[in-house]
Design a protein around this ligand. Structure first.
Ligand code: URA
Length: 196
């Protein structure tokens, strides 16, 4: 089998028709960022602005994500950002199980290429499709999970914070938890230019 490369990954996403989601879209949204980032963020699926631009998290939720990163001094271009599904679900509905499963090949390839040490799961869809269906975001957010040496932290999706600003305090705590882990793993200062 051919060795997996970013070129192969992007071609596979661009030509993918493994589920019906590709039928109504303007652009595939594979994900973007530092291709060797030690820190990866996974959301649910592209929204309207992402579908128009072909980039993950560039609409209102993405702007909030940028501010959440800035709050712990992480420049956005030093992390990798993607979604469970690479095509916008109609009317921004939650991706169906079959759609998320069909897209997992792409996500697995992406994780294999980036090889992140830490993954932040933004919202329930991201957490359930990576850690497992038993995860409950309200119960499990801010808790570390470890899978084969990779640390995974579920937290609220930025869209949930836009809908319910009362959740922002907990999301802020989760960003501190993330920062502490990056410091513990020796990633914060060296890679992100932080001060600790
Ligand atoms: N919501 C997501 O889950 N992903 C995006 O890229 C944008 C909004």
């Amino acid at each position: 089998m051919a060795e997996l490369t970013w070129e192969i990954f992007h071609r596979q996403v661009e030509t993918c028709a493994m589920c019906p989601l590709h039928e109504g879209i303007r652009h595939k949204v594979p994900g973007q960022g530092d291709p060797a980032a030690p820190l990866m963020f996974i959301g649910e699926g592209p929204g309207q602005v992402e579908d128009e631009e072909g980039l993950a998290f560039v609409g209102p939720a993405g702007q909030l994500l940028t501010r959440m990163l800035a709050a712990i001094s992480l420049p956005r271009d030093r992390v990798y950002i993607c979604n469970i599904v690479k095509c916008r679900p109609p009317n921004n509905r939650v991706p169906e199980e079959a759609e998320a499963n069909a897209c997992k090949l792409h996500l697995r390839n992406q994780v294999a290429l980036v090889r992140p040490k830490v993954i932040v799961l933004l919202g329930s869809t991201a957490a359930k499709n990576t850690i497992g269906p038993e995860v409950r975001i309200t119960r499990d957010r801010g808790r570390w999970f470890n899978s084969k040496g990779t640390w995974m932290l579920p937290t609220y999706h930025p869209s949930a914070l836009l809908r319910d600003p009362d959740k922002k305090r907990e999301a802020w705590e989760d960003m501190q938890t993330l920062r502490d882990k990056l410091i513990e793993l020796g990633l914060y200062k060296d890679i992100f230019g932080g001060t600790e």
